[in-house]
Design a protein around this ligand. Structure first.
Ligand code: HEM
Length: 455
């Protein structure tokens, strides 16, 4: 078989076969199986090979698997591959979300939004993250035995609200309430009725836009001095001008903020919940983490240098994101007929590159089903083989923010606390929209003493 790298991206070769697969029911296709069955794509790849097609959420969708597929997707220009999310995601994120924008607007907005993730902003965010980690830690200690996942959702939402838009206690506000309902509809059938998940999420979007509108108006009222602009992502957006010099509309700012809150909350909750679960299940890893963290004072401020020197912690977090990547893959749209892996992918099809299937490929990782932070001791990861944050022109904009929050959370938890997973609960994972333990990860948390463990 020809190496897919040797093929051109586009083709006028109609004689190539279409990718194999089954389309399922009209319109709905195989959406229910995709949402409910964690083995959905694994099973179909076993049957059809590295490329198969199906119908999801009303879209003809081609699944691609493997490092070569990732290289193929990330290497295309914006005239060949556009973005295409399922209808529910696209509608709920809104027309002015970075995730749904196309070039040249996407490129311009990305450049603009990236100002909110510059190193000087990250240093500022780090302090806020550390403060909230302390206050949530105290709260969890008071709870003793509790379901950690819902608590972690509040923790990451509070961090995102405080650091990105300057809103305190976001999870307890109406914004937090509507946000939860809105999130549930992101990957749903786009049927707008009062009782459907999508219908409820659409109403929640209206309420969220109203809440964000109030927040935006209040910030405009305070004026836009240099310190306000430098404070957070909302400040950056309020001060920004588009390609012809006009300020961004309140509608666009609201969509962009909603995207950042979603992207920075759902994924991070999954990642840190996986860290808590996997370290509880691997005591030898936790012991080594503790030995490294014993070199730091749990009460002293954490500096960027401290964080950079925690090399074993980094290996563990890298492995958490390989083993249970929060985002399974990314959708694109073929803007031309494409030729990949011996198949013709017709113009207009949706494409899904897959992070999870890549990370479990035995051709790339020895014993991929084993959680082993030691695999990350040496070289830098190859970006087509290790891609928790995606790649190409739509690579995660908040990846340094995410890494920072994961490091601070993990370091402080290991320095200050001990936890164990409570028996008799279902630890199997719900996979959509991001992996989470079915019973909410019930744990018992206690104070860590350097010479004795108090659970
Ligand atoms: C562990 C945490 C995170 C993971 C695993 C993650 C993963 C990803 C992935 C895989 C993509 C690419 C999707 C695609 O190919 O279409 C993405 C995009 C994005 N992420 Fe993240 N993300 C995380 C945290 C964050 C945070 C904290 C923020 C912001 C505060 C953020 C903001 C974004 C944005 C705005 C995009 C869209 C970029 C674009 O379309 O140009 N993410 N993320």
């Amino acid at each position: 078989m020809t190496d897919p790298r040797d093929r051109t991206a586009t083709t006028d070769g109609p004689d190539l076969p279409l990718p194999p697969g089954s389309k399922g029911l009209p319109f709905i296709g195989e959406s229910f199986a995709f949402l409910r069955d964690p083995e959905f794509s694994r099973r179909r790849h076993d049957r059809y090979g590295p490329v198969f097609s199906t119908r999801l959420f009303g879209m003809e969708t081609v699944f691609l698997k493997g490092a070569e597929a990732n290289r193929f997707v990330f290497g295309q220009d914006s005239e060949t591959l556009g973005v295409q999310w399922p209808k529910s995601t696209e509608t709920l994120l809104g027309p002015a979300s970075l995730s749904t924008q196309h070039d040249p607007q996407h490129r311009q907005r990305r450049r603009l939004l990236s100002q909110a993730f510059q190193p000087r902003m990250l240093a500022l965010y780090g302090r806020g993250m550390d403060d909230l980690t302390r206050s949530y830690g105290d709260r969890w200690l008071g709870l003793g035995t509790f379901a950690w996942y819902p608590e972690l959702r509040n923790y990451t939402l509070d961090i995102a609200c405080r650091l990105l838009v300057g809103l305190e206690d976001g999870a307890a506000t109406p914004l937090g309430h509507w946000f939860e309902i809105w999130t549930q509809g992101l990957f749903s059938l786009p049927i707008n009725l009062p009782w459907t998940t999508f219908g409820r999420a659409l109403r929640a979007r209206k309420m969220l836009l109203a809440e964000l509108g109030t927040l935006i108006a209040a910030r405009r009222g305070e004026g836009l001095g240099d310190s306000a602009i430098a404070a957070d992502a909302l400040g950056v957006l309020l001060a920004a001008v588009d390609e012809v010099g006009n300020p961004l509309s309140d509608g666009e700012i609201a969509d962009q903020i909603l995207t950042l809150l979603f992207a920075g909350h759902e994924t991070l909750t999954s990642a840190i919940a996986s860290f808590c679960l996997l370290t509880a299940q691997h005591p030898a890893v936790l012991e080594r983490l503790r030995a490294e963290q014993d070199g730091f004072d749990p009460e002293a401020p954490l500096t960027m240098e401290d964080l950079r020197s925690m090399t074993y912690l980094d290996q563990v977090l890298q492995e958490v994101l390989r083993f249970l990547p929060p985002v399974g893959g990314g959708f694109r749209q073929a803007l031309k007929d494409l030729d990949y892996g011996g198949f013709r992918i017709p113009k207009g099809s949706a494409l899904l590159y897959q992070i999870n299937r890549t990370h479990e490929d035995p051709a790339l990782y020895a014993d991929p089903g084993t959680f082993d932070p030691d695999r990350w001791g040496g070289d830098r990861a190859n970006p087509n083989q290790y891609l928790p944050f995606g790649g190409g022109v739509r690579e995660c904009l908040g990846k340094e923010f995410a890494r920072l929050e994961m490091r601070i959370f993990a370091a402080r938890m290991v320095q200050r606390y001990v936890w164990e997973v409570v028996p008799d609960q279902d630890l199997s994972l719900v996979m959509v929209p991001t992996p989470r333990p079915r019973d909410g990860l019930r744990v018992r948390l206690g104070v860590r003493s350097r010479d004795r463990v108090l659970v």
